[in-house]
Every structure is written in C-alpha cells, then in structure tokens.
Design a protein around this ligand. Sequence first.
Ligand code: ADP
Ligand code: MG
Length: 238
Amino acid sequence: MGRITLDKVTKSFGDLQVIPPLDLTIEDGEFVVFVGPSGCGKSTLLRLIAGLEDVTTGQIRIDKVDATRVPPAKRRLAMVFQSYALYPHMSVRKNIAFPLRMAGMDKAEQDRRIEDAARVLNLTDYLDRRPGQLSGGQRQRVAIGRAIVREPAAFLFDEPLSNLDAALRVGMRLEISELHERLKTTMIYVTHDQVEAMTMADKIVVLRAGNIEQVGSPLELYRAPRNLFVAGFIGSPK
Ligand code: ADP
Ligand code: MG
C-alpha cells in the first residue's frame, strides 16, 4: 500500500517559509506529478515526504501510520535520483544491490530481487557492466532498478530526466509510465515540464511559491484551470 497524506505541513528555512500550510492526499497506486516553476518548492515537498527534510509543523502519514518523525530509510519510500548518482566503479548488479547490502539483506533474497528488477527493466544482459559502458537511458534504468529492489510503498522522482537529451527523454517518459502500469505502485514525480505532467499524471498538483494552486487530472486542469497561472502553466485556453 502507498497512500500518503500531508496534514497542514509547513516548511521554513530560517525565516523563509517555503511551504505554507499544505494539505494533500495521494491515493495508493496513483501517479501524481508536482509541477511548477523553478524555486516553487517541488523538491522541498518531495524531500519532506521522503524524510530527507524535517517538516517545520504538520503531519505526514503513510498508510495511516504517522511517519512525520520516521527516518527516511524506514519510510518504505524510494527516491529515484538522476542517473549520475550511480557508482562508476561498481557493476550494474552492485549498484542495484546497494540499498539491499546496506540493509544487510541475505544474498539469495538480494539476487532474487535484482533479477526481477533487471527483467522488468530489460537490464538482464547488462548486470556485469559498469555504468560507463551503458547508454544514458540504460543508466537511468539502473537508477530506477535501485529503487525497485526495495519494493517500496511509493517511488519518488525528482526531475529524473532533466539530464537526458530530448529524444531520450520521450523514451524514458514512456518507460516510467509503463513501469507504473506494471507495478501499480504509487509514484510521485516532480518536473517543471508541462508536457511530462500532462502525459504522465493521473493527478497533477500545480504549485506556486509553495502553495497548491490546483489539483486535478490533466483533462480537468486543461478544461477548467482555476486561474491564469494554472492556465498559463498547463497551456490551456482560459
Ligand atoms: P524547486 O524544486 O521547485 O525548484 P526547491 O524546493 O528546491 O524548488 O526550493 C524552494 C525554495 O526553497 C527556494 O527558494 C530555495 O532557494 C529554498 N530552499 C530549498 N532548500 C533550501 C535549504 N536547504 N536552505 C535554504 N533554502 C532552501
Ligand atoms: Mg527542484
């Protein structure tokens, strides 16, 4: 399960309040996209959910459990970083296994999970290579594999494709959508790219200066943007 609830969450860095009181529910299995201009608080919000930042006030629940003070490793959420976060000196297998080795999982269970993930991601033939011997898209898949093996309640992506060239981005967008279809696990995806938001999301959360301007399906936002900011951002005719 992967239902995530934010209840009156705020975040300040010193005197700067980046997230004003914010309520949001993400249903189990949903593909939710946080979209908004640079600096609006997308990464901060994702990091709060992941536990990489502490909320200033408010509560975060994961499947009814209060996770507000739970450390990141115990939240059952997997953050997918950009492909450059791979270890260049380790094989693909070791890169994918990394979080499992850290958790002290037994070797047979590690191998089972690695092979399952490799199959889902078409990386079976590449497990003994180093990241430097892979294409950009394959490297991105290894980064995703490292998240899959943890069998998380939700995947969190922070602009995972921003390093890739335009053509590759389209392919990876499709691959991530397909992965969601297959795994049916909750995914939260941060981007400043309207096209990614409109094509990938079940639900879009439009942020401006830490405020939620509107939440809705791509079609709802397109048909009935609440204001000019949303209309402008989504590219819809208001
Ligand atoms: P986005 O991901 O939407 O581009 P961020 O969440 O990274 O935006 O940043 C939102 C705001 O919070 C920005 O004004 C940024 O400068 C500020 N901010 C983010 N992290 C920190 C931090 N660790 N310390 C101080 N200010 C921060
Ligand atoms: Mg960001």
